[in-house]
Design a protein. Structure first.
Length: 314
């Protein structure tokens, strides 16, 4: 089980209690063994201290602590790389992803009919109307402009086979958008519909601005439609300009009216200038992604694990 953590000192004791209950229940019925991989994503609170204590008391608990906050995408990637099991579960530590669903997810995947079981929110209770509006329309937009279809309301809470995990790890890209990656690799996925669950403790760090930037990451990662839009706008305004030139010349020659309209010219210049900057900005976003990929920087830096900590104590 891969569990990204960022400032989860309040949630971790409750999460650990619930996850051990579920694992004990599943072990008794199916003779399964478990490992819990917690990724401390540069937390500012006592998260890493709690993880050290959990490891001392439970050998199944492993942890990876980053040198700073690299983001949830990097945390999930680190957990997937460190995982050893035949099945891998990704879930959050705030209990918004109920561990009680894991036995049901296991049965779906164990049957062989599915390679992955995931949850899908069918309600957005507890979210602001503005956030819900943009979230719904994001899925509509990206599914129209991308060949990779992302299920509306799909969460990162997933139960996957080792084959699917290995396929995800084969994608080395720096700019990661896991919701798109999960869909891009394919495999049969069973979606379980759930109601939105609020955090059991603590406060979310996902602001509207962060979610908006994350949605842009998904659009630029799985669609080149914005570049096509920029090209379309360029062609469209060339045609409009040509029509206006012809209309002005014809009007001047036939009616004899002098060319005027200074305010219209200024407005058109501002409009066209704005569109040029927009198109340049779109191109710049793709170039910046390529720039980051070409640097080959690590996606995260590990400061400490349960193994290095133990070796240091010895």
């Amino acid at each position: 089980m891969v569990v990204p953590c960022y400032n989860e000192q309040e949630s971790l004791p409750l999460f650990y209690k619930e996850i051990t209950r579920v694992s004990h229940e599943m072990s008794g019925k199916n003779e399964l063994s478990f490992e819990f991989i917690f990724i401390n994503d540069g937390s500012k609170d006592n998260t890493v201290k709690l993880l050290r204590e959990l490891h001392k008391n439970d050998a199944r608990v492993r942890y990876i602590s980053f040198s700073r906050n690299f983001g949830k995408e990097s945390a999930m990637l680190a957990g997937l790389k460190a995982s050893k099991g035949d099945y891998v579960v990704i879930l959050d530590a705030d209990l918004q992803h109920p561990p009680a669903l894991i036995p049901q997810m296991y049965e779906y995947v164990k049957s062989g009919e599915y390679d992955c079981a995931a949850t899908r929110r069918i309600s957005r209770k507890g979210e602001s109307r503005v956030l819900s509006f943009f979230a719904r329309n994001f899925y509509k937009l990206i599914n129209k402009i991308s060949q990779t279809q992302i299920v509306d309301g799909a969460q990162d809470f997933r139960f996957m086979t080792r084959q699917m995990v290995d396929s995800i790890l084969d994608l080395p890209e720096y700019n990661r958008f896991s919701k798109g990656i999960f869909s891009w690799v394919g495999y049969e996925t069973k979606y379980i519909e759930v109601e939105n669950t609020e955090r059991v403790a603590g406060k979310t760090t996902w602001s509207f601005q962060k979610l908006f930037l994350y949605s842009l990451e998904g659009i630029f990662a799985f669609s080149t439609a914005p570049l096509a839009i920029a090209s379309f706008l360029g062609v469209l305004f060339c045609i409009i300009a040509l029509i206006m030139i012809i209309a002005t010349v014809v009007k001047t020659l036939t009616v004899g009216e002098s060319v005027s309209g200074y305010p219209i010219i200024i407005c058109m210049l501002c409009l066209i200038g704005g569109l040029q900057l927009l198109c340049t900005g779109i191109s710049g976003q793709y170039i910046s992604k390529m720039y980051m990929e070409c640097k080959h920087r690590p996606k995260y830096i590990v400061k400490e694990t349960e193994e290095t900590k133990t070796q240091g104590e010895k």
